[in-house]
Write a protein that binds this ligand. Structure first.
Ligand SMILES: *[C@@H]1O[C@H](CO)[C@@H](O)[C@H](O)[C@H]1NC(C)=O
Ligand SMILES: *[C@@H]1O[C@H](CO)[C@@H](O)[C@H](O)[C@H]1NC(C)=O
Ligand SMILES: *[C@@H]1O[C@H](CO)[C@@H](O)[C@H](O)[C@H]1NC(C)=O
Ligand SMILES: *[C@@H]1O[C@H](CO)[C@@H](O)[C@H](O)[C@H]1NC(C)=O
Ligand SMILES: *[C@@H]1O[C@H](CO)[C@@H](O)[C@H](O)[C@H]1NC(C)=O
Ligand SMILES: *[C@@H]1O[C@H](CO)[C@@H](O)[C@H](O)[C@H]1NC(C)=O
Ligand SMILES: *[C@@H]1O[C@H](CO)[C@@H](O)[C@H](O)[C@H]1NC(C)=O
Ligand SMILES: *[C@@H]1O[C@H](CO)[C@@H](O)[C@H](O)[C@H]1NC(C)=O
Ligand SMILES: *[C@@H]1O[C@H](CO)[C@@H](O)[C@H](O)[C@H]1NC(C)=O
Length: 818
């Protein structure tokens, strides 16, 4: 009773510290951080509940073999609840048949032997049954005596072996008492370890709640960075490109302005420059024309040259005429107007507003975060409250006291045990002594008979020693009749008790069939399926059998799982409440990002204005046509070189000098005017082409950029719920994941490491070793040995009687006539 109460209190105590959850239904949380809870402090149990009998094991095995022959039937399984009494009785008799037969034989022996002895005695007193002191002389007397002696000594040896076997078993039992004390002591020590360590283990489990708390608090404090950051990142996939698109438009605007300015400037330069160039070229043309009027040209040899030069003169003219091109000042003004608004800054504002998401999240979730923090403390204090509610320490202290008390009680009965063992020892030795007495008489008888044997003596003239030998043998027979029925009675009783215990308790225990019987439904209490949960929790349907308890403890599992203590204190339920209320706290989590404005309307207007600056109205074709014409119709340097060459062909004179002078003037014009104009033209070429490109795709680009910005804005203002919910769920699962890791850790710890119940199974195993290996095996071997001896008494009686005839001095003898 004390035990059971202690156990139940222990269970209550344990459950108070346990925290467990079975929230396997929810999807696996993306647990980023794996929490490290360290190792639960564990104790070492000393008891080795295992016994190896040593040399006497051979005798044990012989005894077991004998029992197997007597009772080969396997242990009856599940047949114990048969309703029919007669059938049951028959089955029991069938099962016990070997025992019944042996016991009947034993009883027969016990009852018949004294009777036979009495009759034999009476018979002999009437000079019958070999009582007549007369021995017939036969030729084979010697041979017969030798045969009888041999047979007799064989039986005596078996007889002696039996006695030694019984004696060894008797001594073994006494010597195992020391092992017994050691085993009991180490079991109790393990129970102490169990009781001392469990509170520390539970405290350790509870203390690790802080780790969870710290992680959760960290995530709560940084909700902006973690949750807001993730929302920001997720939305950024749409927002960033949109805003970048706007930002690139500002670049386009600046480039457009630059190009327009370049066009404007270079057009002016070109217009002015070509007019000047045209003037100087016509001057040169006029001047050359005049020079060619020189009389030298009339000479037939020079005429050709002069004519050639004159014919090329019209080509000395400008090619591109820019005066008819409309300038771009109108567009430039409008672009400058557009550029007065700083679109870049507006975009920066949009970015800043969007990047403020973490702060927005922090602000908007403040209430919920506070709520969860409160919940966190709540759970923590509930854990502590529960610990205080069930006083583990005090319970285990009481348990320890109980163990100490039990220990001292056990120590107290050791003297009694020793005394009882002494009496038992005396009894067994007495029984052995009876056999030894018979043995002694027989042995001495034979010894005397052999020593005093005289080959030449006739039966009537046998010596005193020989006669004494024969008498001693007869005394041995007498003692045999006196003691053997006592011995057989005791042996039969021991055999029935010990054999059945071995067959019905010890063997089934070793094959674990005993547990099946114990676990037979409705066995202990007819209304209960399983009696252990019935007693402990009043719930006999619970799947907790003696065998599951024993084997769980033997595997050194925690008592929480072994005893299904979740029945008393359901960690899953406890934490389910917390997790469910935690989840519910998060349900109210709403993040509203409508405050974020990506692009103010001014910026949009600015972009639209940019498309309306009219750069598409520029006559790019006209520009490019002029640009492609080049500055002059012919290359002036070429022209000058050719002029020089032609001048060289002329005879020396004024014309030649004049022509060379003109060639130089043309070169001057090229260097001073054409080259700068070409540069301007190149600039104009580039700028106009750039403008052409820009203007062609500008409307589409602006439309796309605006659409992207609008879409991103719509997403943030109206469609962010999806993203936010998704990220909030992940965030929630991360936090709940910490709890789950903790709960899982606690569950495994409770199952495998906390309050491991090996001492309990050790107690059962120890009981088995004490009861079966120490006590029962020795006892069975004792009756086995003694039984062998007693059985060999029968032939030895007959042989002794026969042998005595050969040693005792006869009264008469056969007289042979010669
Ligand atoms: C937790 O409790 C809720 C209701 O309180 C229940 O619906 C849910 O199934 C429980 N979860 C588990 C894993 O037991
Ligand atoms: C405008 O002219 C400047 C200097 O002449 C030049 O560096 C720049 O590249 C030109 N811009 C464009 C768009 O052609
Ligand atoms: C250039 O064009 C203008 C108008 O079209 C014209 O008046 C002028 O004469 C032209 N100049 C040359 C050199 O052809
Ligand atoms: C422990 O023992 C003390 C005194 O024997 C008793 O008052 C207390 O209630 C016991 N505690 C438990 C948990 O059984
Ligand atoms: C413990 O609670 C969980 C969830 O509430 C439940 O599924 C389980 O069956 C309970 N266990 C016991 C032994 O009552
Ligand atoms: C803590 O315990 C109280 C009272 O037992 C209970 O009302 C509350 O729901 C518990 N809180 C949690 C988070 O389990
Ligand atoms: C104008 O620019 C284009 C491309 O940059 C080039 O192919 C072409 O030759 C240029 N024309 C002149 C006259 O420089
Ligand atoms: C071009 O003409 C102007 C005046 O008409 C003159 O000053 C200038 O020197 C001339 N340039 C060349 C290279 O002849
Ligand atoms: C906005 O939400 C609707 C439905 O909730 C969805 O079909 C649509 O794809 C979402 N738009 C964006 C841009 O995410």
């Amino acid at each position: 009773m004390l035990w059971k109460t202690g156990l139940i209190f222990l269970c209550w105590g344990l459950t108070s510290g346990e925290l467990q959850d079975r929230q396997s239904g929810t999807p696996a949380a993306p647990a980023r951080t794996t929490l490290d809870f360290g190792l639960v402090p564990s104790g070492v149990y000393d008891t080795v509940a295992y016994y190896e009998p040593g040399a006497i094991g051979i005798l044990f095995n012989m005894m077991h073999a004998f029992l197997y022959v007597v009772q080969p039937n396997p242990f009856p399984e599940g047949e114990l609840s048969l309703p029919e009494n007669i059938v049951l009785t028959l089955q029991v008799i069938y099962y016990e048949l070997g025992f019944v037969v042996c016991a009947a034989l034993g009883l027969l022996f016990t009852v018949l032997l004294p009777l036979v002895g009495l009759l034999f005695c009476l018979c002999r007193c009437c000079d019958n049954c070999g009582g007549e002191m007369h021995q017939r002389q036969r030729k084979n007397t010697d041979c017969l005596r030798g045969l009888l002696t041999t047979l007799w000594s064989v039986f005596m040896k078996l007889f002696m072996a039996g006695v030694l076997c019984a004696y060894a078993a008797n001594q073994n039992l006494s010597s195992q008492l020391k092992s017994m004390r050691r085993l009991v002591k180490s079991n109790l020590k393990d129970l102490h370890t169990f009781a001392n360590q469990t509170p520390a283990q539970i405290d350790y489990l509870i203390s690790k709640y802080d780790t969870v708390k710290q992680h959760v608090l960290h995530d709560l404090e940084n909700v902006g960075v973690i949750l807001g950051g993730r929302i920001h990142e997720e939305l950024g996939k749409d927002v960033q490109p949109a805003l970048n698109g706007v930002l690139s438009m500002t670049g386009t605007m600046r480039d457009t302005k630059d190009a327009l300015e370049n066009v404007s400037l270079s057009l002016e330069t070109l217009q002015e420059g070509t007019v000047k160039l045209q003037a100087n070229l016509s001057l040169v043309r006029g001047s050359l024309s005049n020079a060619l009027n020189d009389p030298v040209c009339t000479h037939p040899q020079s005429f050709e040259i002069c004519h050639n030069i004159r014919s090329t003169l019209p080509k000395l003219e400008i090619a591109a005429n820019y005066s008819s091109l409309t300038d771009v000042t109108n567009q430039l003004d409008k672009v400058n107007e557009v550029l007065k608004t700083d679109l870049g800054q507006i975009v920066e504002k949009g970015f800043a507003s969007f990047n403020d998401t973490p702060n927005l999240v922090t602000d908007q979730t403040r209430n919920i975060v506070e709520g969860v923090k409160v919940l966190l403390d709540d759970v923590g204090s509930n854990v502590t409250t529960f610990t205080k509610l069930f006083p583990v320490h005090s319970t285990l202290t009481n348990f320890t006291k109980m163990i100490s008390h039990t220990h001292s009680q056990i120590e107290d009965i050791y003297p009694q045990v020793d005394q009882m063992d002494f009496y038992r020892w005396i009894c067994c030795i007495t029984l052995c002594c009876m056999v030894v007495l018979i043995l002694t008489f027989n042995f001495l008888g034979l010894l005397c008979g052999i020593l005093g044997f005289d080959r030449h003596a006739t039966p009537t003239t046998r010596g005193c020693v020989s006669n004494t030998g024969g008498n001693l043998l007869m005394a041995g027979v007498g003692f045999s009749f006196l003691f053997s029925w006592v011995l057989m009675g005791v042996i039969t009783a021991l055999f029935l008790a010990g054999g059945n215990l071995e067959k019905l308790v010890c063997e089934p225990f070793q094959t674990r069939q005993l547990f099946k019987v114990l676990d037979t439904p409705n066995l202990v209490n007819s209304a209960w399926k399983n009696f252990i949960p019935g007693y402990l929790y009043n719930d006999p349907e619970l799947d907790l059998t003696a065998y599951s308890l024993y084997s769980n403890c033997k595997d050194n599992r925690g008592i929480y799982s072994a005893l299904h203590l979740d029945k008393v204190f359901n960690i899953s339920a406890f934490f389910n409440t917390s997790v469910v209320s935690g989840s519910r706290k998060f349900e109210g989590m709403k993040v509203d990002l409508r405050g974020i404005i990506l692009l103010e309307s001014e910026g949009k207007q600015n972009l639209i204005s940019f498309t309306e600056t009219g750069i598409n109205e520029i006559d790019f074709a006209a520009y490019l046509e002029e640009v492609n014409k080049g500055v002059t119709r012919i290359d002036l340097v070429d022209f000058a070189s050719r002029l020089d060459a032609q001048a060289d062909q002329l005879s020396k004179g004024t014309l030649q000098t004049s022509l060379k002078g003109h060639a130089n003037t043309i070169r001057q014009i090229h260097i001073q005017q054409v080259i700068p104009l070409e540069k301007s033209m190149s600039t104009l070429n580039q700028s106009i082409r750039l403008l052409e490109r820009t203007s062609s795709d500008l409307p589409v680009r602006v439309r796309d950029v605006l659409a992207a910005v609008d879409a991103a804005q719509y997403l943030i203002s109206h469609n962010a719920t999806f993203v936010i919910n998704q990220e909030t769920e992940k965030y929630k699962q991360t936090i709940i994941g910490y709890f789950k890791q903790y709960i899982d850790w606690i569950r495994t710890s409770l199952a495998l490491e906390v309050a491991t119940c090996k001492p309990l199974s050790n107690i059962v195993d120890t009981a088995e070793i004490l009861g079966c290996s120490f006590l029962l095996d020795s006892m069975n071997t004792f009756w086995f040995g003694l039984g062998c001896s007693t059985l060999f008494l029968l032939p030895s009686i007959i042989l002794s009687v026969k042998l005595a005839k050969f040693y005792r001095r006869m009264d008469t003898e056969d007289v042979y006539d010669e």
